[in-house]
Design a protein around this ligand. Structure first.
Ligand code: NAP
Length: 309
């Protein structure tokens, strides 16, 4: 029996991955969730599909204190090693950038920083051969066609300190929301590569671009018209649009990566939803970006790491 921890399993892609692993039968799933109302039926469904055990402990990734408390409880109560961790939860602002209670721009905080802290806190709960994956996004790449058609212009990495303050100077507010999202996803790729370089040599780290998957909850902050297009029109056009996938399709590849039946040519590799290994856009490969991101992230989470340890 293997044990997998997946963030963002109450909806969309994460839910499909959890369903796939449950359907394999006999595995243990730890699915941290901020919404107990969604978590309860999820647990029932996954047990019905064949999961051996499903727990849905409380975790709100917009609060570093919540991550610290989750890690503390997990380390105290969980007797089993984690064979796979999927850092998949994500959110995208549409109309304004907001700060979390920690005073950090929320897209960066949820998509990168909180899950970075989570992994630091759980590192010694991982099995020796564990796999750790991040759901990133092709939006980090300014050359990505589907992302450009959706108004993205690639990650705008300046410094992590500025990103944490939500500073995207030359952008309208709508563009800044897109920039913040694309930049947070670059941070996912950079972090996967950094762990692959400096973490345990027996563990596997990867980042994954699921493609555009219309219909998920990611557009929840868009206006009613955009939500309608996202939920009803775009899924029907998916096969015609470049770079477009579905949670069914992308979850198949992502599950293979998480359980280790699909591996890259090197540790820290970046894959797209077809299972193809790609080179991420240039800033994700820059040493200076990695050093700056990790140094600032470590400073921002320092007191919560100590609390959780
Ligand atoms: N959909 C796309 O086109 C697309 C494209 C590229 C990358 N991605 C990435 O794919 C991943 C999954 O997204 P999705 O499309 O499946 O969207 P989704 O349906 O909205 O799922 C997002 C998940 O993250 C959770 N989450 C968000 N904020 C959270 C918080 N503060 N604390 C705890 N959990 C939180 C959500 O929980 P609740 O259920 O409580 O809201 C949900 O389970 C994300 O990382 C996203 O950035 C999506």
């Amino acid at each position: 029996m293997s044990t997998y921890l997946i963030t963002g399993a109450t909806s969309g892609l994460g839910r499909q991955v959890a369903r796939r692993i449950a359907s394999m039968g006999g595995h243990r799933l730890v699915l941290p969730a901020r919404d107990a109302v969604k978590a309860k039926p999820l647990r029932t469904e996954l047990l019905g599909l064949g999961a051996a055990e499903v727990s849905t402990p409380a975790l709100d990734l917009s609060s570093l204190q919540s991550v610290g408390a989750f890690v503390e409880t997990f380390r105290r109560d969980m007797p089993h090693r984690l064979d796979g961790v999927l850092l998949n939860a994500g959110s995208q602002s549409a109309k304004r950038l907001v700060e979390t209670t920690d005073g950090i721009e929320s897209t960066f905080a949820v998509n990168h920083l909180a899950q970075y802290l989570l992994l630091l806190g759980l590192e010694d709960c991982l099995s020796a051969q564990a796999t750790v994956g991040w759901t990133a996004s092709g939006t980090h790449d300014p050359a990505e066609t589907a992302a450009r058609l959706s108004g993205f212009r690639g990650a705008r990495y300046t410094t992590a300190a500025r990103i944490a303050r939500g500073e995207y100077d030359d952008a309208s507010i709508e563009q800044a929301c897109k920039d913040a999202y694309a930049t947070s996803k670059l941070c996912n790729i950079v972090t996967a590569r950094a762990f692959a370089r400096t973490g345990s040599a027996t563990r596997t780290y990867f980042a994954f671009d699921p493609g555009l998957m219309p219909g998920t909850g990611l557009a929840r902050e868009q206006g009613p018209l955009m939500q309608w297009i996202w939920k009803t029109v775009l899924p029907r056009l998916a096969s015609l649009l470049p770079g477009t996938s579905s949670t069914e399709r992308s979850s198949a590849v992502l599950t293979d990566l998480l359980i280790g039946t699909l591996r890259g040519s090197h540790n820290g590799a970046y894959f797209n939803y077809t299972g193809k290994q790609l080179e991420p856009a240039h800033p994700a490969q820059e040493k200076a970006v990695e050093e700056d991101l990790l140094s600032t992230s470590n400073q921002l989470v320092a007191r919560f790491v100590q609390a959780a340890a």
